[in-house]
Structure formats: C-alpha cells, structure tokens
Ligand binder design. Structure first.
Ligand code: OAD
Ligand code: ZN
Length: 232
C-alpha cells in the first residue's frame, strides 16, 4: 500500500481567487516582499506590516477552497495515514476544506504570536481594530504567525521523515524557487519516491520530476485523485 505525500504552493489557491507570487511580478499584492515579509520590515514599520496581513487574513476568509483542496481532503478520508500534506500556503484553505494531516510550513494567516513572551493567539481572539495588536499577557506587540524570509520554516523534522518514507511525492502549484521547500523533491527522489508535478508551468526544479502534468490544479487534481482511489 503506497504512502502519498503532497506539497502545495500558491498555484493551488489561484482558482480560489488568491494571486500567486509569480504572477504578482515578484511583489506580494503590490508590496515589496522585504517590506512585509521579513523581520526587519516588521521592526521598521509594524503598523504597515499588520495592515498588510489583516488584509490578507480578510481576503482569505472571503474566498473558498476549490475542487483541488476538496479532492485532497477526499483522498485523506479514503487512505488515512498513508496521506500527508505539506503546504507553503498561509491561507488556511486546506484546513477549511477539511484536511487534517496538514503541515503549514510557512505559518498561517489565522494566527499570530507575541514577539516577546511568544503567547499564541487565533486572529479571532485579538483586537484587529488596533493598528498594532498587543499581547494581553505581557503588553508587547503581537506579530503574524508567518515564516518570513530569513526565518526557519516549521515542521522541518517531520517533513524530512515524511520525505524519506513516502512512495509517491506530488508537488502542486509551486514554482520550485523558494528553499527549503524547493529541495524537497530532490530529497524524496533520493530516498526512492516517484515524483510528480502538477503545475501550470514547468517548475524550476523540473530535473527531479519523474512525471509532469501541465494544467490547472482545480481541473487535474480531482481526476488524478480519483485514479489513486481506484488503484489504491
Ligand atoms: P509561486 O507564485 O512562486 O508559484 C506558483 C506556481 O503555481 C507557478 O509555477 C504557476 O505556474 C503555478 N500555478 C498558477 N496557477 C495555477 C493553477 N491554477 N494550477 C496549477 N498551478 C498553477 O508560489 P510558491 O511556489 O507557492 O513564502 O511560492 C513559494 C513561497 O514563496 C511562498 O510560500 C512564499 C513566497 O515567498 C513565504 O511566504 C515564506
Ligand atoms: Zn506577550
């Protein structure tokens, strides 16, 4: 019985109406990445960074998961522990689609934490009217729970274990440019997995891909998942 590991990127949420990084021309919703996605950017202008993530958070709540997110949830229901999902996305759409075995390696728009005492909060729990939300335990500034450039992604140990154990590694909607995630396909392949990419364009790490399916994930993933469920 095969073990499946999936890695998703911004492309899987494109059909839900969230712009990918690539098609924003290197900007993130018209902002320079270093201004809104780095610890230095936050230190310089926390108010601007918070305004940006509040907008992203509200945008993520205003869109819906698409057929690709739901197909992955369906596969998980079908094969249980033989399914694991790593996502680089912070929009929470996999969880809203019902997926349980999800590792949000770049954090989540739905959470924040205290920059001093590290207390963690859900966005619903805090005062989003405040320019810079404050920790109610120690009074310091809260920050979005997003892994910014220069920070270490979450779950790297668990991810490595999954990469070593999986039989099939499927990469969906990611350009293969941002490390360490872009290197996962190489690790999986070195440990013997069959590697598949489902993407609109050729990803940059194409040389480590055994099988490439070009197209939109909302159309291709449901078909691919049906095939897996039929074959076991
Ligand atoms: P990118 O924007 O770099 O790449 C999105 C990929 O999805 C591209 O290769 C597109 O061709 C493809 N794509 C677009 N629409 C698609 C669709 N409907 N179906 C299938 N594929 C489609 O996004 P990521 O690779 O996710 O990091 O970016 C990786 C990381 O860079 C992000 O997690 C973020 C960013 O800086 C952090 O926030 C830390
Ligand atoms: Zn605190």
């Amino acid at each position: 019985m095969k073990k499946y590991l999936f890695l998703t990127g911004a492309g899987i949420s494109a059909e839900s109406g969230i712009r990918t990084f690539r098609d924003s021309g290197g900007l993130w919703e018209d902002h320079k990445v270093e201004d809104v996605a780095s610890p230095l950017g936050f230190r310089k202008d926390p108010q601007k960074v918070w305004k940006f993530y509040k907008e992203r958070y509200h945008q993520s709540l205003s869109v819906e998961p698409n057929p690709a997110h739901y197909a992955l949830k369906k596969l998980e229901d079908h094969i249980g522990d033989r399914f694991h999902l790593i996502t680089q996305n912070v929009d929470g759409l996999h969880i809203r689609a019902g997926s349980n075995r999800v590792l949000e390696m770049h954090g989540s728009l739905n959470r924040c934490f205290c920059s001093n005492c590290k207390a963690r909060y859900q966005m619903q729990e805090i005062d989003l009217q405040a320019d810079i939300p404050i920790c109610n335990k120690c009074g310091s500034q809260l920050r979005p729970d997003i892994v910014w450039f220069g920070e270490i992604p979450y779950f790297l140990y668990e991810i490595e274990e999954h990469l070593k154990k999986c039989d099939v590694f499927v990469v969906i909607g990611t350009s293969g440019t941002v490390y360490p995630a872009a290197g996962f396909v190489m690790t999986a392949k070195l440990f013997g997995a069959h590697t598949i990419a489902i993407n609109l364009d050729r990803p940059d790490n194409f040389s480590f891909i055994d099988e490439f399916h070009q197209g939109k994930s909302g159309e291709l993933i449901p078909v691919y998942i049906e095939r897996i469920m039929e074959s076991g």
